[in-house]
Design a binder for this molecule. Sequence first.
Ligand SMILES: Cc1cc2nc3c(=O)[nH]c(=O)nc-3n(C[C@H](O)[C@H](O)[C@H](O)COP(=O)(O)OP(=O)(O)OC[C@H]3O[C@@H](n4cnc5c(N)ncnc54)[C@H](O)[C@@H]3O)c2cc1C
Length: 384
Amino acid sequence: MLQKNHLVFREKIRSFMEKEVAPLAVALDLEQRFPDELIKPLTDEKLMGMLISEEYGGSPIDTISYSIVIEEASRVCGSTGITLAAHNSLGCYPIIRFGSDEQKKKYLPRAAQGELIAFALSEPDAGSDAGSTRTYAKKENDHWLINGSKCWITSGTKAFASIASAKTSKNPNERAITCFILEKEWKGYATGKKENKLGLRGSDTAFLHFDDLKVPVENQLGDVGEGFKQMLITLDGGRISIAAMALGLGQGAYECALKYAAERKQFGKPISSNQAIQHKLADMATSLEASRLLIYEASRMKDAGQKFGHYSAMAKLFASEAATKVCATAIGILGAVGFETGKYPPERMWRDVKLCEIGEGTSEIQRLIIAREALKRVEANEPL
Ligand SMILES: Cc1cc2nc3c(=O)[nH]c(=O)nc-3n(C[C@H](O)[C@H](O)[C@H](O)COP(=O)(O)OP(=O)(O)OC[C@H]3O[C@@H](n4cnc5c(N)ncnc54)[C@H](O)[C@@H]3O)c2cc1C
């Protein structure tokens, strides 16, 4: 499915990630440290504005190439993978897709130059049911006044701006939600501490608190009441990158297990000469390749302007569950050394990849999306 240009691009990105990112991965995880020093090389490599047009300072690439970047980053470091994915497809994308010219001019060049933008949808009482947001925006003359909290926000403390959803109607029967572009420097915008997580420990995940945050009307994103739809459209694309993240993590763990199995000797021969180990390796390789095909097809559909939301849900569901299994199997192939923290990548990748079954909609929610689309087709008498 990949064209020659994609293969050449993968080689270039792989060599960048191996040179710049891989050497930091273990320390970022063990020290729970955000890789500030990577932002400049990532920017110089044109990876901070991958979806932004040249007019606004970006270096746009197609979605398959974008997936390759997230896959290759995650193949060596999940924390870098999620930081890139959240910035490009969740932070920048809503401005690219729904922003005014002024908003694009103001925020996208800064984003392409390496200043992070976060996506703030989740709240303590609005996770899977993101529409039940409690953050409230009240219109007052030429500004909005926003109060509320967002949780689990990737790049929460580092981002200079965030795209946040808020209710704009007090009517409990109305799910009127509007999105806003908020700036960290504004009075009333506070960030919590970086969360202590099982995995992706180098990524910056934090609460955001808005306390009488005064937001100019020009920072409203699109029309009033359109916010929930905007968030769902953004997540349709974002799920391709979570799937690519899972694939990269699975691939990293698989490659490590494959090499280890060929080198490790027990009973006087490499453990890879046992059929039981070979079967595990074969299953790992097959599930990764199936994920890859789903991801590239979802990417192709997005670029072709086809309806792809159910397909990106399938890619995320399959790739994340497959990679979680691949990483666990890789630990098993390594035996005790696989269980040691910081020694071989699979244990870190196993902890990292679990997020891919949770973030941007859990596996249960992906199944709901896929089934809903299938049932709609039955109702509409469309091909199944
Ligand atoms: C590392 C990390 C980074 C994140 N980054 C961001 C970010 O940048 N921006 C952001 O807005 N959010 C972010 N999130 C939040 C993430 O999107 C939510 O955690 C996710 O949507 C699930 O919400 P929840 O954790 O509240 O789980 P809940 O919604 O409370 O779900 C708990 C369990 O119930 C199940 N469940 C819920 N409803 C149903 C149902 N109808 N049917 C069947 N099962 C159901 C779920 O599948 C899950 O197993 C991040 C989370 C993590 C861990």
